[in-house]
Each structure stands twice: as structure tokens, then as C-alpha cells.
Design a protein around this ligand. Structure first.
Ligand code: 3PG
Length: 311
């Protein structure tokens, strides 16, 4: 009966779906812009520890300004909150730096192909460290994910071990970050947006001394001068864009994580990688061989099979 009014619950569920859809689309679009500017910056200025620090610093500053001007309401936090946030921040810092180091060494598309294997890491961590077990189809779905990533890696024209390991470490770190985050956000009055803001600030504190130790102001000053002389003053805008978009896409992703399960989150994240892989190959004219693209396609398809098996 078409004239039947939509049930209020049906309406609420439909509105929720639209909201998540808008979050996802915004998250992916912001992420594509971040990845492009991040790589443009890294090509001219290969100091991933500094660019990672700047993106966290920029997000922290944006949120502090939003809180003081009351654009956003500051969260009420206590010591327990920050203690629980600490392991999340450690995982976020490691995952962020490792991905950025990876992208400084290899094509953006390659980093994201390897990062599409994140669900496999999630299953392995849950199985071996948390003792969770899954139905057989879930384990079987790992075969195309791992096989596809492996095929893409061995046929990658510009393979680099640091680039590969960075993406792998990032996968592992982000699995922990997502598990701890969802636990930390549960039953707390802090919204997804503010939770991510606090996470940025704590990660910034953790990362800064390491960035200084690994790279340091001397290298940064010399590299900065070279970049400005090669690119011109707009290089500063590239750095600003990668920092602002890094914060924005993560903020939106956390606003989604607030409303969905970690599983749906990681599926959304893998779908996001398709847009990043395709757009970065076009923009940076990344050479791709058919066998290499096949590996990437198998890995991404494996993630969809995994999501079906997990449901
Ligand atoms: C980073 O720098 O943190 C990574 O580029 C982000 O990886 P993600 O695509 O998993 O958010």
C-alpha cells in the first residue's frame, strides 16, 4: 500500500542512513584532498615526521580556537579520561607517522593498497591477542585480502621496503586505535568530534619529541628553504592544506565512528581507499601494470567479501 505513511521508526532509520551516507562521502572527499596535498608536500619536502606533527598541531589549534570562541563546546574531561586516551593516542601517533613515512617513500596508491589490508590485521589481532574466534568464511576472506596485497606489492614498480613496512605498521597500529577508541567512547559524554580533538592534542605531545629527535630543526630549516626555492611561496599553502584537511577528515571519521560499529567503520575506510587510489594514480601519473592493478582489485574485493562474511 503506497499511501501508507512511513512509520516513525522507519523514518528515523532512513534519516540515520542518510546522515551516515553524508558523513562517509564528506570523509572520503576530505581524505582525497589530504592525500594529494600531503604527497605534493612530501615530494618537495621529504620530512614526514615534521609534516605528521604539523597536521596534529593544526588540528589541536583549530579545536582550541573552536572551544575558546564557543563554536564548539569544550568537553568535560577528568584524569581517567586522559589515562584511557593514552593508549589510543600512542596507537594513533604510530599509525599516523608510519603511514606518512610510507607515503614519503612510495606512491600514495601503493600505501593505500597495503592499507586496504587493515581488516586482515583486525581479524588476526582479535584472534591471537583478544582470543575472539570467527566463522570459517571470515578467515577464508582473508586469503584474497592478503593474496591481493602481496600480488600488488611484488609487482609494484617502485617498491621500497620502508614504504611497505610503514603501511603495514600503520595497519597494525590503527587496528588497536580503533578497538581502544570505540571502548573509550562508549558510555562517555565526550562527542566523536571532541574525542578526536583530545586525541590530536595528546598525540601531538607524544610525537613532538620524537620528531625533533628523528629529523630536527636543522634538517627542517634546510629542507624548507629548498622547497620554497623550488615551489615558491605557495608551498606554505600546500603545507597548510595537508594539515587542515588531515584534521577535518579525521574529525568527520570520528563523528561517524561515534554512530557505527568498528566493522562498518573499517569497511567505509576501505571504500575510501578506492577513491584515494584512483584519484592519486590519475593526479600523480603513477605507472601501474595490469598485474599490479589486479592485485589491488583482489585485495579491495576481499575486503567486501570479508564484510559480508563478518555480517
Ligand atoms: C595518516 O597520515 O594518518 C594516514 O594517511 C591516514 O591513514 P588513514 O587513511 O587510515 O586515515
Amino acid at each position: 500500500d503506497q499511501s501508507k505513511p512511513v512509520e516513525p521508526e522507519g523514518k528515523a532509520a532512513a534519516a540515520q542512513k542518510v546522515k551516515i551516507g553524508v558523513y562517509f562521502a564528506t570523509w572520503w572527499a576530505l581524505n582525497v584532498v589530504f592525500n594529494i596535498y600531503n604527497k605534493k608536500v612530501l615530494n618537495a619536502f621529504p620530512y614526514p615526521w615534521l609534516t605528521s606533527t604539523l597536521s596534529l598541531a593544526c588540528g589541536s589549534l583549530m579545536m582550541l580556537v573552536s572551544w575558546t570562541t564557543r563554536i564548539a563546546e569544550a568537553p568535560k574531561t577528568d584524569l581517567d579520561f586522559w589515562k584511557a586516551l593514552f593508549p589510543v593516542a600512542v596507537a594513533h601517533t604510530i599509525g599516523h607517522v608510519a603511514a606518512t613515512v610510507s607515503m614519503s617513500k612510495v606512491a600514495v596508491s601503493f600505501t593505500h593498497i597495503i592499507k586496504s589490508g587493515e581488516p586482515a590485521f583486525s581479524v588476526l589481532v582479535s584472534r591471537f591477542l583478544l582470543g575472539e574466534s570467527f566463522p570459517v568464511p571470515v578467515y577464508l576472506s582473508l586469503l584474497p585480502i592478503i593474496g591481493g596485497c602481496a600480488l600488488a606489492a611484488v609487482t609494484e614498480l617502485n617498491f621500497n621496503m620502508t614504504g611497505f613496512m610503514g603501511a603495514m605498521i600503520s595497519n597494525l597500529a590503527f587496528v588497536f586505535r580503533n578497538i581502544f577508541s570505540k571502548k573509550g567512547m562508549k558510555g562517555k559524554s565526550v562527542s566523536g568530534m571532541n574525542y578526536y580533538a583530545c586525541l590530536s592534542m595528546l598525540s601531538l605531545l607524544i610525537l613532538t619529541p620524537f620528531a625533533i629527535a628523528v629529523e630536527g630543526p636543522k634538517m627542517w630549516a634546510a629542507g624548507w628553504q629548498t622547497a620554497i626555492s623550488q615551489i615558491g611561496p605557495q608551498f606554505v599553502w600546500w603545507v597548510a592544506a595537508q594539515s587542515v584537511f588531515y584534521h577535518l577528515y579525521n574529525q568527520v571519521s570520528y563523528m561517524s565512528l561515534d554512530e557505527i560499529s568498528p566493522l562498518t567503520f573499517s569497511i567505509g575506510n576501505t571504500m575510501k581507499r578506492i577513491s584515494v587510489i584512483v584519484s592519486s594514480i590519475i593526479i600523480f601519473h603513477t605507472p601501474v601494470q595490469p598485474i599490479n592493478a589486479l592485485g589491488a582489485a583482489i585485495a579491495v574485493a576481499g575486503t567486501f567479501i570479508y564484510s559480508q562474511a563478518k555480517q
